[in-house]
Structure formats: structure tokens, C-alpha cells
Design a protein around this ligand. Structure first.
Ligand code: CA
Length: 420
């Protein structure tokens, strides 16, 4: 698909994150109003809440943008999503007559604050990059026992906490937890010393389900995608994860980028999952390409220092797609809801520089990373900022996600009653 040109010039630069081809959905406040829905275009935001209030949008229901979240809009379903996208595309296209009256509805992005773009109904996180699963398994259980026996059959996941999902820019405080020192049999209660990030893509579920859905139906239920950092305390994780998987190690915070990139914007970038190492059960077969070619990178910036890009990878490296994960999630009869968030799992590639977590990049702390500042890192220090970036590269344009960023705060003083 060629780049689509807008009368908003900043949307037409080849490296602009938010060209007319993108139209991602966010929630912003400022510029004369509280939190409300907006669509990013170039360096501006189209105030769609104000457009609806003024009767400028023809939507199939009233009050869709009255709440500062995209859930009510997502609930309208794929036909309404397509109609709305076509309407905005026509309003913002180069030469559109709407230019004369639309200007008051455009807000500069640098004048606003961004919020969570949707109310997170439930949060599920998966474990679906073969490279990541092998690396972590090799460190936790040894290379001969790295990939669990179910891994090539099941999109492995666990139920996370919607309450811990925060928007980019929210500080993340180092957690306390049970940690077993390397030379001890029993744990201590202490602040994590192995705080880490996980580079992931989050799929935003825009339609509900009752009962099992197919992979194709699951794909149609997905509204769009965000970047996702699943902050992880590796020392807490290593002690707690057997037999039921991660719990407190991943409950501190999960940061998402502020713009939901619509699935429609990513259609030209679909790619198939890699060859199956073991045939999948038929219900998980994909009717078409279900991954996307999305370049991803992670930057680490120490307090007062410059940034170092420490990882570069691609969403196409995943073994399971979001549609397969969502299909699998419904096999139990688990009802999915509008606003459910599915984390892809850490996205690691085949080479060291493609690894999507510090645990892998520093190989459990044994190979610290060198930063541009001259410092080294095995795990995160207080004051470190982790920034995820992602974009699908088209011919003369890109579909950007906006940054997904968070800065680490020191652990609280010992919690009351901790009594180590
Ligand atoms: Ca994760």
C-alpha cells in the first residue's frame, strides 16, 4: 500500500509515526479539556470526543466517546471500525474540504497528557517466542530441559492483573518479594535485585466471546495493538514460579504505549508464523498469515545519562500469533471481554542482540551489557528508563506505535510488618 497523504503536513514525512495510513486511538487531556478520546495524525490529535459532541460524526450509537476510553467504540464491532476509519481518512486526506472546519478539533500532541487508551478488562500474558522460551528455560532448568514438553503444542500463558497495567510515562517502583539467595535453601524478604523489562506486543480485544472461537474469528475480534513492557522481578520469579507460573514477579506493573494501532493499519504487514516444529492440533491452524512485520527496539537510559539501544528484534519472530492465543484462551469456555489485553510474550530473535529482556541479554547476569555512558547493566538500576519503540516499515511511510517508556523508582523503605 502506498503512503496516503494528508493536508496535515507533519503526517506526510516518511518517518512520521502517525501518517494517514495509521490513525491510532488514544486518550488525552489538556488543551481545554479533561481526558477524552483522540486519534493521532502527524504531530496532532483529532479530538473525536468533541467531534461526536458537536454532531460531526455519524456513529451507530450515541455517547460512544463520552467516556475517556475506546471500549464503547470497540464494542460497536468491525463494521463500525471500518466505517469510522473511512470517515476519518476522507476528512484528513489531502485536498479534503473538511480542512476549513476541522482545524479547531486538532490539538498539538506536545500540549497534552496521554492516558491509558482503554479500560483494561482483563490481562493475560503469553510465552510465545521460541527463542525467549528456550533462553529462559536453559537458564532456569538447563539447556537439556529448556523447552517444556507442552511448549510446541500450547500457546502457554497465565492470567495477569488488569489493575497493574499503566500507560507509558508512569514510574515503576522496585518491588519487595521473597527471594532465595544463591547460597541458601530458604528465602529472605527483600527488594528485588533483578528487576527486568520484557519487550512485548499487546493485542487489544475489541469484541466479546461466549464459548470457543476459531483462529479466524479470534483474528476478527482483535481491534489493534500496543507496545507492552511486562516488568519482571527475576529473583522473585525464580523462587515462586513452580508449580503455577509467575505471580508477584510480574504483578508490579505492565506498561503499554498510549496509542492503539488499529489492526486495519497493519494489514499490509501480515506475515506467516515460522514453520511448525511439531504439527499443531487442527483447532490452532491459521487460515492465513497472522503475525506482522513490526520492527522493535529497546533503549536503556541511566539517570543523567544518554540512551543505548540494547535490543532490536521483530514481532514476526513469534511462534504463536495473537489470534492463536486468543482462540486457545476461549477453548475452556472462558468468556473474553471488550478491553481484554493479551501480552504476546517476550519477543526475542535468534541472535544475542535480538533478545527481548535483560535476563537474556546479560545471560542471567553473567555477561553484563556495556552502555554508551560507560556503565554496565545486568539488571535495572533505580533511575533507569526503559523505552520500547516499534514500527511497521512501508514503502515511503511507517506505522509507528509511539514510545512505551517507564523509569524505575527505588523500593519503598521496608514495608510495615515485614519482619525479615
Ligand atoms: Ca511476559
Amino acid at each position: 500500500m502506498p503512503p496516503m497523504r494528508s493536508w496535515i503536513e507533519s503526517a506526510n514525512a516518511p518517518e512520521a509515526e502517525f501518517p494517514l495510513n495509521n490513525l491510532p486511538c488514544g486518550v488525552f487531556s489538556g488543551a481545554g479539556g479533561g481526558p477524552r478520546c483522540g486519534v493521532a495524525i502527524g504531530e496532532r490529535i483529532l479530538d473525536v470526543a468533541a467531534l461526536e459532541r458537536d454532531g460531526r460524526l455519524d456513529l451507530p450509537a450515541a455517547g460512544v466517546f463520552a467516556a475517556p476510553a475506546w471500549n464503547a467504540f470497540m464494542a460497536l464491532g468491525p463494521a463500525a471500525w471500518a466505517d469510522f476509519r473511512a470517515t476519518l481518512t476522507a476528512l484528513l486526506a489531502e485536498g479534503a474540504a473538511a480542512r476549513d472546519w476541522l482545524a479547531p478539533y486538532l490539538v498539538p500532541q506536545d500540549a497534552v497528557r496521554l492516558h491509558l487508551p482503554f479500560a483494561v478488562a482483563e490481562y493475560t500474558d503469553f510465552y510465545a517466542s521460541r527463542h525467549h522460551a528456550f533462553n529462559v528455560g536453559a537458564m532456569f532448568r538447563g539447556p537439556g530441559n529448556a523447552l517444556p514438553p507442552n511448549w510446541l503444542s500450547i500457546p502457554v500463558g497465565y492470567n495477569g492483573r488488569a489493575s497493574s497495567v499503566v500507560v507509558s510515562g508512569t514510574p515503576v517502583r522496585r518491588p519487595w518479594g521473597q527471594i532465595r539467595p544463591a547460597d541458601a535453601d530458604l528465602p529472605v524478604f527483600a527488594p528485588s535485585r533483578r528487576l527486568d523489562f520484557e519487550l512485548e506486543l499487546g493485542a487489544v480485544v475489541g469484541q466479546p466471546s461466549e464459548g470457543m472461537v476459531t483462529v479466524a474469528q479470534a483474528d476478527a475480534m482483535i481491534f489493534g495493538f500496543v507496545l507492552l513492557n511486562d516488568w519482571s522481578a527475576r529473583d522473585i520469579q525464580a523462587w515462586e514460579y513452580q508449580p503455577l507460573g509467575p505471580f508477584q514477579a510480574k504483578a508490579t506493573a505492565t506498561t503499554i504505549s498510549p496509542w492503539i494501532v488499529p489492526k486495519a493499519a497493519l494489514e499490509p504487514f501480515r506475515v506467516p508464523t515460522p514453520p511448525r516444529e511439531r504439527p499443531l492440533l487442527p483447532y490452532l491452524a491459521e487460515p492465513g498469515p497472522m503475525l506482522y512485520d513490526i520492527a522493535l527496539e529497546v533503549a536503556l537510559t541511566p539517570a543523567g545519562g544518554g540512551e543505548t539501544v540494547i535490543s532490536r528484534t521483530n514481532y514476526r519472530e513469534m511462534y504463536y500469533s495473537a489470534a492463536q492465543q486468543l482462540c486457545h484462551h476461549t477453548t475452556s469456555g472462558c468468556p473474553m471481554r471488550v478491553g481484554d489485553l493479551l501480552g504476546s510474550g517476550t519477543i526475542s530473535g535468534p541472535r544475542r542482540e535480538n533478545r527481548g529482556s535483560l535476563l537474556e541479554l546479560s545471560w542471567g547476569g553473567r555477561e553484563p551489557l556495556a552502555l554508551a555512558s560507560g556503565e554496565t547493566r545486568s539488571f535495572l538500576e533505580d533511575g533507569d528508563t526503559v523505552t520500547l519503540r516499534g514500527w511497521a516499515q512501508g514503502d515511503g511511510y511507517r506505522i509507528g506505535f509511539g514510545a512505551c517508556s517507564g523509569t524505575g523508582l527505588p523500593a519503598h523503605a521496608e514495608p510495615a510488618g515485614a519482619g525479615r
